[in-house]
Design a protein around this ligand. Structure first.
Ligand code: AVJ
Ligand code: FE
Length: 440
């Protein structure tokens, strides 16, 4: 930002706001009004709640806080406060209907564009105004991914359509790559839109480890199922075993058997499970159990980020696996351009210096780390974004999925969720500590 002129920054923010709103509109215009108000799963809000919640946060953070303007709809603050009402209860609230919700987000957005013309963007506060706009763009994009997960849970005719992702490249890849021991810089103090939990940059030492070159595929995961993995307690943690028993799990979410074949539901289509695609819709517990069965483990968050960012030739951490350039369509499967992960081994231009592929995009990846603040963490602009979620209850997810926008995904980006979550677009890859012999 410091090097960018004020006009260029304003134009960039305006472009990101508009681009993001187009996606929200696509996701909500794809179904009829009744469908927008329906609860497709107790795990999710009705789509119309997400839409008005996007507007409500934008009103709170930009219209009122940054702009100091009069409230648009102070009467609905409570309805769209995620901490006041669990998702399962939201359909019972007197929510804005589809027409009202669209009008509301439009009214707020008009005021925001007006503000963007007038307010100073840089350097006036601890958290400058440019960041507040960036945070609102990311917030909306995060809800767009949540709405995409609601679409995946929705039954009925397909409502969303997209081009298939690129194929895997035909060069044979090694099953795993090695990241040598040594320090690297984790997190960031300079990435302009990095959220509080990604900051500050700090050096950490990581022992040598091996990491799967690509995410674990459906074909690999099916071998775990076929070997009886879901019925063998020895692969599961006590919490994981209790969960798998209670929920009677036997395969990833959205899989079902058709004779001796595994099929899956995907955005209203049914298809045989594609063997070479990264597995997704597995909980942390299933990812950890598979890893144990494979004689491996999940990577720690530090290991994941070192593999994704560390460039041994310069000794510095990159913004992304491929370098410092913003993600383009050849780097990673992001932004709902494709409505599925690309096969394992796709995106050669997105490869990290260590040789790992698809760290960004395709599927979120479970790590073995719970969600904790970095040393020197300061909550901003609100404790409610990250701080209230720190602790042992949430597991860190890294890398983003095909449903994540580039504005809300970076080498430093940290997502988190409960270890039992399966409806999100999450898979994993395995890691392994190296023996003395292997380190050499
Ligand atoms: C960072 C994805 C866990 O969706 O719960 C949205 C983001 N925070 N609105 C979520 C968020 C407030 C958050 N995650
Ligand atoms: Fe939100």
């Amino acid at each position: 930002w410091a090097v960018q002129g004020d006009d260029a920054l304003r134009a960039h923010v305006a472009e990101e706001l508009s681009r993001t709103r187009q996606r929200s509109a696509q996701l909500t215009d794809a179904v009829d009004d009744e469908d927008l108000e329906r609860q497709h799963s107790p795990l999710m809000s009705p789509l119309v709640w997400d839409l008005a919640h996007i507007g409500s946060q934008e009103e709170l953070w930009l219209v009122r806080d940054v702009g100091g303007r009069e409230a648009v709809r102070p009467d609905i603050d409570d309805l769209y406060d995620a901490f006041q009402h669990p998702r399962s209860d939201r359909p019972q609230l007197p929510l804005l209907g589809p027409t009202e919700a669209r009008e509301y987000v439009g009214t707020v957005r008009t005021k925001v564009f007006d503000l963007l013309d007038g307010v100073p963007l840089q350097g006036r506060r601890l958290v400058d105004n440019a960041f507040a706009f960036g945070m609102i763009v990311q917030h909306e994009q995060q809800h767009d991914e949540t709405m995409l997960a609601t679409h995946q849970l929705r039954r009925g005719e397909p409502a969303l359509h997209a081009e298939p992702p690129p194929p895997a490249d035909d060069r044979a890849l090694p099953a795993e790559i090695v990241v040598p021991a040594g320090p690297f810089t984790m997190g960031t103090s300079t990435e302009p839109w990095a959220l509080d939990n990604e900051r500050p940059a700090h050096d950490v030492r990581v022992e040598a480890f091996a990491l799967d070159t690509t995410p674990v595929t459906n074909g690999q995961f099916q071998r775990f199922i076929d070997a009886g993995g879901y019925r063998q307690q020895q692969w599961w943690s006590p919490d994981g075993w209790a969960f798998v028993q209670r929920a009677e799990l036997e395969a990833p979410r959205f899989w079902f058997r058709d004779g001796d074949r595994w099929m899956r539901r995907r955005f209203g289509h049914v298809e045989p499970v594609p063997a070479n695609e990264p597995v997704m819709h597995v909980s942390y517990h299933e990812a950890a159990a598979f890893s144990a069965w494979a004689g491996k483990r999940l990577p720690t968050e530090r290991e994941w980020e070192k593999a994704a960012r560390f460039d041994p030739s310069s000794g510095r951490s990159r913004r992304y696996p491929w370098g410092d350039d913003d993600p383009g369509p050849d780097h990673a499967n992001l932004g709902q351009r494709h409505l599925r992960p690309a096969p394992a081994g796709a995106y050669p231009h997105g490869e990290a210096p260590c040789g790992a592929r698809q760290l960004i995009g395709d599927v979120w990846e479970w790590t073995s780390s719970d969600f904790r603040p970095y040393p020197g963490f300061t909550a901003f602009p609100y404790r409610e974004y990250s701080e209230v979620f720190f602790g042992p209850d949430h597991q860190v997810l890294r890398g983003g999925s095909f449903g994540t926008d580039r504005a809300a995904c970076r080498g430093t980006f940290r997502n988190w969720d409960y270890p039992i979550r399966r409806q999100i677009f999450t898979g994993f890859r395995c890691a392994r500590s190296l023996s003395r012999d292997e380190i050499g």
